[in-house]
Design a protein around this ligand. Structure first.
Ligand SMILES: N=c1c2ncn([C@@H]3O[C@H](COP(=O)(O)OP(=O)(O)OP(=O)(O)O)[C@@H](O)[C@H]3O)c2ncn1[C@@H]1O[C@H](COP(=O)(O)O)[C@@H](O)[C@H]1O
Length: 105
């Protein structure tokens, strides 16, 4: 399953019946709750990493990405918008970018 495929499923499901769709139920709760779930899943991923539980890192990462894609959908952001932002950064070292952000002196 690619991110683009999962995003398409989310877009197709978001207007469905919240009684039969987790995606629709999540959207019915609104942006703040979607954002809160992203935070919760991120924390669960961090905990799994600290515990060194490889299977849990994979599972929690999948939950995190799924909930992040729902947040993007709610905000009208497609995976291509994010990959375009990443593409712009290609070849620029993160350290270089960070150094250029600093005030002179
Ligand atoms: N990939 C996923 C996916 N990953 C995780 N989840 C759900 O996300 C929830 C994770 O939340 P938690 O672990 O915090 O459990 P919870 O306490 O029950 O969650 P909340 O009630 O707090 O939201 C679980 O209910 C999982 O089943 C997902 N639900 C759906 N999908 C995809 O979306 C498709 C459409 O799903 P429906 O909209 O439910 O038909 C599915 O076929 C899948 O492809």
């Amino acid at each position: 399953m690619t991110l683009t495929e999962l995003y398409a499923i989310i877009e197709a499901r978001r207007g469905d019946d919240p009684a039969t769709s987790y995606v629709a139920k999540s959207f019915a709760k609104g942006r703040a709750k979607l954002a809160q779930k992203v935070g919760e899943e991120a924390v669960e991923t961090v905990i799994a990493a600290i515990e060194g539980d490889r299977d849990a890192i994979i599972s929690e990462s999948a939950d995190l990405i799924f909930h992040l894609l729902m947040l993007w959908s709610d905000a009208g952001i497609a995976p291509a918008d994010v990959t375009a932002a990443l593409e712009k950064r290609r070849g620029t070292s993160g350290l270089e970018e960070k150094a250029n952000r600093k005030e002179p002196g």
